[in-house]
Design a protein around this ligand. Structure first.
Ligand code: FES
Length: 592
């Protein structure tokens, strides 16, 4: 559409009957017609077509991301959440405007949801930049959605507040509580080992996901929910209420109310995402036995505001941060138990001596003030004390060595203690297809005690760094009663998974990392206590193998895949696109 006359005045006229009487709101980010007054006039004319009054349009405008999708049952309560957020915004005198962005679910994204996280973050960032809003409520939940939204909002810079959809309810199988997805893996492992039959596995399938909402254990979604609260990006108590509860809706209403206050304060997201906030988030990640994906996502979010995640410093923090939360896969309970135990206020109160209590939150109060305002403590058994943890160190350890010069990680709290110091013969699978083809063959050359290596599932390898790192134990070993084996890859694993699984080996095989040159029969030594991952092959042999088969990085002819393969960074950089990082570096986090 064209303006009626050429622009002469670049600012909207204050006496225009169409103009809001205050700055911000609908005046933000006017569409370029070369005449700002006309741009505002036109914008208001169009939105009035939806029945808005000037009074409504003069309020602080609060955008709400609508990530509901028929392909995303983890966001199945989106309509109710949006209604509650809108109520909160209206009660506080703001104008809610919902808008759609990409939604990504773990089980409905090929080749893996991680491939689309950065696309969702770009969508979120650009919609926040393009559309007029004074603050935004980011509603996400399923694993990649929350980090994508935080990455995008961090880059966009405006006031933002997060709301997670909440966890699903647990189900019951023959008297046993079950929930996605630690139990999905346990029962599938039993089925593969021929301990249960096809009828029973079908029965379990009906029970694992008992309602809409995110996975009910301390998987990536729950981890990110806790991290969001620890960062100060949500209202207090927002991490744990299950998706279908009244409390989740009250949190949503409160989020809307706080969003209006935040918009009026003008506090940008950079005032919340500080060095102290990231240190608090890392502390919580370690103390909850959180998902290893939390490290990748925190690295990406931090990168958007100029911080670089320091893996060695994170590991040092881990040595003085015990796991307190008794949730699967590190422990035994579910998110609804965590909520009944008081949720994050119980955990944060216990962690108080290790936190930056003066870190600002979206409520305008500090984390310490929010802990002090929370309901009083009571007797419960889901959140342990510092003196009686479920695991003496942080859930995640960082490994170094010639197999991963850029680092690798292991979720030690969910690993088999008897395998944490282990040397064995490597059995190598070239990629996921090779694994699928050979893992269950009776003639597979594998023995108990061998170390299983899967190559080419890193950021560029598949691409998208799929959650294939906790790959299946060969059926031949399962039949011999082997329940766990050291597995090493450049991929990720689901936060709901468990086992002695070394992940994120950096640099990845597809770009010529040492992992690419391991061969069946080589020996590898893992020492979690020494934080060491050693491939017992000398440098001369490595050089010979590299010269024999130099790496050819994958490329693509066109489209998003081409952008992805050209731009994606390694795991230690958050698997973000290199061009999305903050222009200005602000140092490393944590500083510990
Ligand atoms: Fe959505 Fe687990 S699949 S949170």
């Amino acid at each position: 559409m064209k303006p009626p006359k050429p622009a002469t005045d670049p600012s909207p006229r204050d006496d225009s009957p169409a103009a809001p009487t205050r700055e911000g709101g609908m005046r933000r980010g006017l569409t370029s017609y070369g005449d700002a007054g006309f741009s505002l006039f036109l914008r208001k004319a169009f939105i009035k077509g939806a029945g808005y009054t000037d009074d409504a349009l003069d309020r602080p405008v609060i955008g709400i991301t609508d990530t509901g999708s028929g392909y995303n049952p983890c966001h199945g309560n989106m309509p109710q959440l949006i209604e509650a957020v809108q109520r909160g915004i209206l009660l506080a005198g703001g104008l809610p405007v919902k808008f759609p962005t990409i939604s990504v679910h773990e089980s409905f994204a090929h080749p893996t949801s991680m491939y689309l996280r950065n696309l969702m973050s770009i969508d979120t960032e650009e919609m926040l930049r393009a559309q007029p809003m004074d603050a935004v409520v980011l509603i996400g939940g399923c694993d990649k959605t929350v980090p994508a939204q935080l990455m995008g909002a961090a880059s966009a810079g405006l006031p933002a507040i997060s709301l997670v959809t909440g966890s699903m309810l647990t189900g019951s199988h023959r008297g046993q509580t079950v929930g996605a997805c630690t139990d999905c893996r346990k029962f599938w492992g039993r089925y593969r080992a021929e301990e249960i039959d096809a009828a029973e596995i079908a029965e379990v399938n009906d029970q694992l996901v008992a309602s809409v909402g995110t996975c009910s254990v301390m998987g990536t979604a729950s981890t990110m929910a806790c991290i969001v609260e620890a960062l100060g990006m949500s209202v207090p108590g927002a991490a744990s209420p299950p998706a279908v509860t009244a409390e989740r809706m009250r949190i949503a209403e409160l989020t809307g109310t706080e969003a209006v206050r935040l918009a009026r304060s003008g506090a940008g997201i950079d005032q919340i995402l500080t060095e102290k906030a990231f240190e608090n988030a890392i502390r919580v990640l370690l103390a909850i036995g959180g998902s290893t994906n939390g490290i990748v996502h925190l690295a990406a979010i931090a990168g958007r505001v100029g911080f670089q995640l320091d893996l060695d410093a994170l590991d040092r923090m881990g040595r003085e941060t015990p796991v307190l939360l008794d949730l699967k896969p590190s422990g035994q309970h579910y998110m609804e138990d965590f909520h009944a135990a008081g949720g994050m206020s119980t955990l944060l109160r216990e962690l108080k001596p290790l936190l930056h209590l003066d870190a600002l939150t979206v409520t305008g109060r500090t984390l310490g003030e929010e802990i002090d305002r929370a309901r009083p403590a009571f007797a419960q058994s889901t959140v342990r004390t510092l003196a009686n943890p479920i695991y003496p160190e942080g859930g995640i350890a960082v490994l170094r060595g010639n197999l991963a010069p850029g680092g690798a990680i292991i979720k030690q709290s969910a690993a088999d203690p008897s395998l944490m110091e282990h040397e064995g013969r490597a059995v190598v699978f070239r990629d996921a297809a090779d694994l699928a083809e050979r893992v269950d063959r009776d003639d597979l050359d594998v023995e108990p005690g061998d170390i299983l290596v899967l190559q080419n599932i890193g950021p560029k390898g598949t691409p998208g760094m799929p959650e294939a790192g906790a790959f299946p134990i060969p059926r031949k070993l399962l039949r011999q009663g082997v329940k766990d084996a050291v597995r090493i890859s450049d991929g990720r694993m689901s936060g709901t998974a468990f086992g002695t699984v070394v992940l994120h080996a950096t640099p990845e095989a597809a770009v010529g990392g040492p992992l690419a040159y391991v061969r069946t029969g080589d020996r590898i030594r893992l020492s979690v206590s020494a934080r060491s991952l050693q491939w017992l092959v000398d440098d001369a042999e490595l050089a010979r193998r590299m010269a024999e088969a130099p790496a050819i990085e994958p490329t693509a002819e066109r489209g998003y895949r081409q952008l992805f393969l050209k731009s994606v960074t390694q795991a230690d950089q958050g698997v973000d696109f290199d061009f999305l990082k903050a222009a200005q570096a602000r140092g490393k986090v944590p500083r510990a």
